[in-house]
Design a protein around this ligand. Structure first.
Ligand code: 8YV
Length: 313
């Protein structure tokens, strides 16, 4: 019997492609020079779509693959998938929650430490021989014991908070609802901003949070604050963030996500006090293997007619 067609929207590790190829005929959209022509040619044989957090799936893709009744996302964020269009077409959507939570929280702390303690600057200082020529480097900023504010206390936000506890920090969070946690609650990022030294964005992306960290919130940050984003570029007013960096009002930023990835605003690369990361928070071998396995379990369950392990409601 022919294997069902699987549209692979973005690059996946070889170990995933090999495992998927055992069950599906793979159609690699990311290798197609002409997406529309590729979808017109292969769409009719596609029975499932494998996409990624940052790539998603739009209504046109769904219409080009009318036999696809599942979109399995390799990532927790489904903001780039047109969920209303999927629902209207009776297409199930799954994602990969939990398996990447701790990894993304690690990245938030990596960016926080890298910015506050100027790790890239120190690395260059040693590497270029400046240390030997000029002596000690400039002093940096303390992390432990500081006040941290987390925008979005979901799974990832809570994992960041757990790490912050280990650093002896005073923890605050903003979100739609107050949670049963011993941390200070603020209804909005703008209300939280004046009370923290370190501001970490970990809210889910999508229309509901677009521009949530607005100009008011960024202008309310304390002088010398450190800004970290491991969620989505869309959550932050990037122009306001750039203005705060240009004016020197905030000390530094550690950014894993941006608007217009991967062709991000080149201004970010001009700031010596910004640590840049290429949307890599879940990008360890261990976690990506877990994400791939969970995505495949969802696809398998769909074709077996058993309950999906992690459906998106
Ligand atoms: C990406 C992410 O999916 O989980 C998410 O929402 O943004 C990431 O984990 C990952 O980069 C795979 O492309």
């Amino acid at each position: 019997m022919d294997k069902p067609g699987l549209l692979v929207v973005g690059v996946l590790p070889d170990w995933d492609l090999e495992a998927l190829a055992a069950r599906f005929t793979l159609h690699l959209l990311y290798e197609a020079p002409d997406r529309a022509a590729f979808l017109a040619q292969h769409g009719p044989s596609i029975r499932a779509i494998a996409t990624k957090g940052e790539l998603g799936a739009d209504a046109a893709m769904m219409d080009a693959c009318p036999g696809a009744k599942i979109i399995a996302c390799y990532g927790v964020g489904v903001d780039a998938i047109d969920l209303a269009a999927a629902r209207a077409r009776g297409i199930a959507v799954t994602n990969t929650p939990d398996v990447l939570t701790e990894e993304v929280a690690d990245m938030a702390f990596a960016l926080l430490l890298a910015t506050a303690r100027a790790i890239p600057e120190g690395d260059a200082y040693v590497r270029t021989g400046t240390w030997a020529k000029q002596g000690p480097m400039r002093l940096t900023t303390r992390v432990w014991g500081k006040r941290i504010g987390i925008v979005g206390l979901g799974r990832i936000g809570r994992a960041i908070a757990r790490r912050a506890e280990g650093f002896g920090m005073a923890i605050a969070y903003s979100g739609r609802t107050r949670k049963d946690v011993p941390y200070a609650f603020h209804a909005t990022p703008a209300a939280m901003a004046p009370h923290v030294d370190i501001f970490v964005v970990s809210a889910a992306g999508g229309a509901a949070t677009a521009g949530l960290v607005d100009r008011t919130a960024i202008e309310a940050l304390n002088p010398g604050a450190i800004f970290v984003n491991v969620s989505r570029g869309s959550v932050v007013d990037e122009d306001a963030l750039v203005a705060a960096l240009k004016s020197g009002r905030i000390a530094a930023a550690g950014l894993d996500v941006f608007r217009n990835e991967p062709a991000i605003d080149p201004v970010f690369a001009t700031f010596p006090n910004v640590v840049l990361s290429p949307h890599q928070a879940s990008g360890t071998v261990e976690t990506r293997k877990d994400m791939g396995a969970l995505m495949r379990r969802n696809l398998q369950a769909h074709f077996d007619g058993t309950p999906l392990p992690t459906p998106v409601p």
